[in-house]
Design a protein around this ligand. Sequence first.
Ligand SMILES: Nc1ncnc2c1ncn2[C@@H]1O[C@H](COP(=O)(O)OS(=O)(=O)O)[C@@H](OP(=O)(O)O)[C@H]1O
Length: 392
Amino acid sequence: MSCYNTLQFPLQDNYLYQARLVTEETTLGALRKKLYSATSSQGYFSENAVESTTEQTRTAGYAVSVAVIEGTGTLQSEERTKVWFKTQLAPTEMITGRNVVFEREQHQESSTTDDELNRRGDSTSTPEYGEKKLPHAIIIGVKKGGTRALLEALRVHPDVRAVGVEPHFFDRNYEKGFAWYRDLMPSTLEGQITMEKTPSYFVTNEAPRRIHSMARDTKLIVVVRNPVTRAISDYTQTLSKKPEIPSFEVLAFKNRTLGLIDASWSALRIGIYALHLETWLQYFPLSQMLFVSGERLIIDPAGEMAKVQDFLGLKRIVTDKHFYFNKTKGFPCLKKPEDSSAPRCLGKSKGRTHPKIDPDVIHRLRKFYKPFNMMFYQMSGEDFQWEQEEIR
Ligand SMILES: Nc1ncnc2c1ncn2[C@@H]1O[C@H](COP(=O)(O)OS(=O)(=O)O)[C@@H](OP(=O)(O)O)[C@H]1O
């Protein structure tokens, strides 16, 4: 049985993160090596592929061929994947001045209630009294984890003020400077906290350092979800806009016969939580991070909200009284606020029906993720029990 036995955060400017494991087999280093080794006969990929995540999303460049083998064999270059990456990773967003102008599809996805949000402006119903501040807390990920549901529930709290759209400051707009970023935020009164959510921060290598340089006491929230379901959700989103893309089963492998999983495909890469978390832990202590279960956010939203409010130092105001389960939608929705005529469910782009994926592919992916999940449980100190779950 392995044990993640040291997590040390000496009181220094840059927290020194040390993670040691008792057994060699399951060290993060060993897992990373397995993923990154360019020379091993087990097949793998260039570290640059992952290290340059942000660059890839900012430029139209496609991902370097990345593959992880689950068996033996050699890497095979498959042009179909590269070509698709080229389109998938192209920049999709433009932000100018205070106006956040999203490319249509990004806009739809990044905040399901954006139509509503845009109508009423970025701020909540609270008038614009107070002062604009840089965020005290950020929902940094993960994409398709349930980040919108969490932010919308938090916005019910009178002491939370959040920007509705995703600013993408620490990944795509950093050069615009902190004044630009602050200006996007709603004004807050004394005692209120400012928040934003941009799920891509979690997989952006520069984000931890940049957020640390803004404020080392920033609270970070990560909504995590079974990486296999998350990948299918991610794929479903892309498929809804680009029906011509190859099947999930095709994209998931470099070579299916050989069992070569294509971990450079962003839908799969995002779910290697342990590797991404390692970067964050170099800058922030675990005590400053909260991991919210995307699964529990659906089955027990009030329970997860209690944890989130405690973590943020807020009174537990958002409770089960604020939610009801909408049978048609199949998700919890927020009850009708006093100043509005309608209950608030998230829109059509949340809770899409996922395509049926070949069970064998699901099995292989679960096997692929298992060691990374175990590592993630050890690092985060929480067992999300994804191994026990049925994939819907
Ligand atoms: N209350 C509620 N209503 C609707 N959907 C909910 C809710 N709580 C969590 N979820 C799950 O959120 C998933 C979308 O995650 P995100 O909001 O993080 O997506 S995004 O990255 O901002 O595009 C979305 O994933 P899919 O079901 O795959 O669409 C939902 O499962």
